[in-house]
Write a protein that binds this ligand. Structure first.
Ligand code: SF4
Ligand code: SF4
Length: 132
């Protein structure tokens, strides 16, 4: 059973629905990923970052670059365990409160939300008691 689980974890994920999802937001997402200056100015507007001792893994920019950024970089050709790794980033480390501020106008919550939609469409999502 363990071997079967390991195999499932490395199976590539992709479906027509998720391709469509990526195409719908492609222009907005690729532009946002391209223009992010990695300045970290968004960090202190995120209470999750502040609450977690300014751990860089909670920075808004880290969260979207390592979720939707990876999805677009790999053109949706991900393995299930890639998505499992994103689960904490997009659900546990972000509550989509929309408070993060980017001076150049990157809509960080919508990027993280799109990553959630992508994961959910592939059947990867946390159980309620995994989040809190
Ligand atoms: S999202 Fe905006 S504020 Fe955050 S690092 Fe990128 S450019 Fe800077
Ligand atoms: S939407 Fe997410 S990244 Fe933005 S401030 Fe809220 S918890 Fe932080």
């Amino acid at each position: 059973m363990e071997n079967l689980n390991n195999v499932e974890q490395t199976i590539a994920v992709q479906s027509q629905d998720t391709c469509q999802l990526l195409n719908t937001f492609k222009d907005k997402m690729t532009l946002s990923l391209k223009v992010c200056a990695h300045c970290t100015l968004c960090a202190e507007s995120c209470f999750m970052f502040m609450k977690n001792n300014k751990d860089p893994h909670y920075m808004p920019s880290y969260k979207f670059i390592n979720s939707i950024g990876v999805i677009y970089k790999k053109k949706g050709n991900l393995k299930r365990n890639d998505l499992e790794k994103m689960k904490d980033i997009v659900w546990k480390h972000c509550v989509l409160c929309t408070r993060c501020y980017c001076p150049i106008g990157i809509d960080i919550p919508s990027m993280i939300s799109t990553a959630r939609s992508y994961c959910r469409a592939q059947g990867v999502y946390p159980e309620f008691d995994e989040i809190y």
